[in-house]
Design a binder for this molecule. Structure first.
Ligand SMILES: [Zn+2]
Length: 470
């Protein structure tokens, strides 16, 4: 028997070596795979998807139930929703999302700040995945659709594709971003900014505290994210994803007014914010005569009008400017304002044009302070994020999804900014909008019709399918 056994080992050894050597040769590899498929009856290579996308069916009843259930994790009574970063309700809502991801067969991971990722591994997992997602935090007394549609809808889009028997080539990943809203720490899109590689923010967070003087790190620890001393692990490299696409309610009235089902976003406007302080001598409102005054309040008023003028001069309706805060000191009817403070927001989809407006506002602030004899004690550009353009290939994939699904659509600009603005720094980006009631958002009346949500999920599912096979 012994020679037979050693002959068997020898032939196995030779066979193993032969396959090992030949696997360096692609052509041979394919032949081997075919032979092995034929021999074993098991598939080694996935066949291309043969089904039809026309039957994409969204389980809108379950999805609506999930939207309703998620809204109950709130610190204010229904219909309002208040869910602030790392609060008890936020932690419960996060658990709810992770559970749903698990039920959809996604492998779930969380990073050090609580960005949550659910991955459906594709047949070629070494390729950069396609990702989609949004946020579930909600500012005080807001509604239940902002962000949520892009997280629960993304999980349902995966379910839709799974029910269809579709197999992605690139892995598909659903992301729930931490703290899109700036409510607790004054930093918007905290999770996506970090993911997109903001080392500045990793530094800033070391000293960031909330209104109760609780540090970011302690708040994260209380929510279960104990390993947040070194946030560099959160940062992702450019190219980590082959595409990122976010489904979101429009938060504006256009789609509803025009009875259009889908908005395909071509660009996201980005804000710059400026803080300005003027100082004058103040004085008694009766005693100081008009020629003797240097009124910091009037300087602020004049600058507010200059903001409007410079914004309008840009000639584009995409340039907008707002003086959202104007404070006077001491704030008494019988006292000439000795100090004034303005906070100005300027948004545009064109960074150069927006920055030109900021420069003009600065020049006006200087000339107003000179003419009125007040001191321009501060002119500070607090943030100046660059706007982002959607990637052509993603716009096209979404457009053809709408056409194939027979849904009306229009290309549009996102005037509010989203996690997508930051994901665009590390990945080709796109967004899909659905109509919402009267454009309401950030208030309890926020509403999107189930049919519109379902349409958005279908377009997302089909777009993901296209992007995952390209
Ligand atoms: Zn949002």
């Amino acid at each position: 028997m012994a020679p037979v056994i050693s002959a068997l080992f020898l032939s196995l050894y030779l066979l193993f070596n032969f396959v090992a050597i030949s696997s360096q040769n692609d052509e041979y590899d394919q032949t081997t795979a075919k032979t092995m498929e034929a021999f074993s009856g098991y598939q080694i290579h996935e066949p291309p998807f043969q089904g039809s996308f026309s039957s994409l069916s969204v389980d809108i009843e379950s999805l609506q139930r999930q939207i309703d259930e998620l809204s109950t994790f709130s610190d204010t009574p229904a219909p309002s929703v208040t869910r602030v970063l790392y609060s008890e309700k936020d932690v419960l809502a996060r658990r709810y999302i992770k559970n749903l991801m698990g039920l959809s067969g996604l492998s779930v991971r969380e990073d050090a700040v609580g960005n949550i990722f659910g991955r459906w591994v594709g047949s070629e997992p070494e390729l950069a995945p396609v990702s989609t997602g949004s946020h579930i935090d909600a500012i005080p007394y807001s509604g239940k659709y902002d962000g949520v549609v892009g997280v629960l809808g993304a999980i349902e889009a995966i379910n839709v594709l799974k029910r269809l028997g579709f197999k992605p080539k690139r892995s598909l990943e659903v992301i729930m971003f931490t703290s899109e809203e700036p409510t607790r720490f004054g930093i918007s899109c905290l999770g996506s900014r970090l993911l997109a590689g903001s080392e500045e923010l990793t530094e800033l967070l070391k000293t960031t505290v909330d209104g109760q003087n609780i540090s970011f790190s302690d708040a994260a620890k209380l929510a279960g994210y104990t390993n947040n001393e070194d946030l560099s692990s959160v940062l992702l490299k450019k190219g980590s994803y082959s595409a990122f696409i976010e489904l979101h309610i429009e938060q504006g009235p256009i789609l509803e007014e025009e009875a259009t089902s889908i908005g395909v976003v071509t660009a996201i406007a980005a804000p710059a914010s400026i803080k300005v302080d003027f100082e004058g001598n103040g004085g008694h409102a009766g005693a100081v005569l008009m020629p003797k005054r240097n009124d910091a309040g009037l300087a602020a008023a004049e600058l507010a009008l200059a903001v409007e003028k410079h914004v309008l001069e840009s000639g584009s309706i995409d340039t907008v400017g707002t003086v959202g805060i104007l404070e006077l000191h001491p704030g008494a009817i019988n006292s000439i304002p000795s100090k004034s403070h303005l906070e100005i927001g300027i948004r545009d989809i064109d960074e150069k044009r927006r920055n030109l407006v900021i420069e003009k506002i600065y020049q006006s602030a200087l000339s107003i302070s000179k003419a009125r004899g007040v001191k321009l004690s501060e002119f500070k550009i607090v943030n100046q994020d660059p706007p982002a353009l959607s990637e052509d290939s993603i716009i096209k994939a979404s457009e053809s999804a709408c056409q194939e699904l027979n849904l009306s659509y229009k290309k549009m600009i996102s005037r509010a900014y989203h996690d997508s603005l930051f994901m665009a720094r590390i990945s080709p980006m796109g967004m899909i909008f659905i109509p919402c009631y009267k454009g309401y958002s950030h208030k309890p009346e926020e509403f999107a019709a189930p049919q519109d949500v379902a349409n958005g999920v279908r377009v997302l599912a089909l777009t993901l399918a296209k992007l995952s096979t390209s």
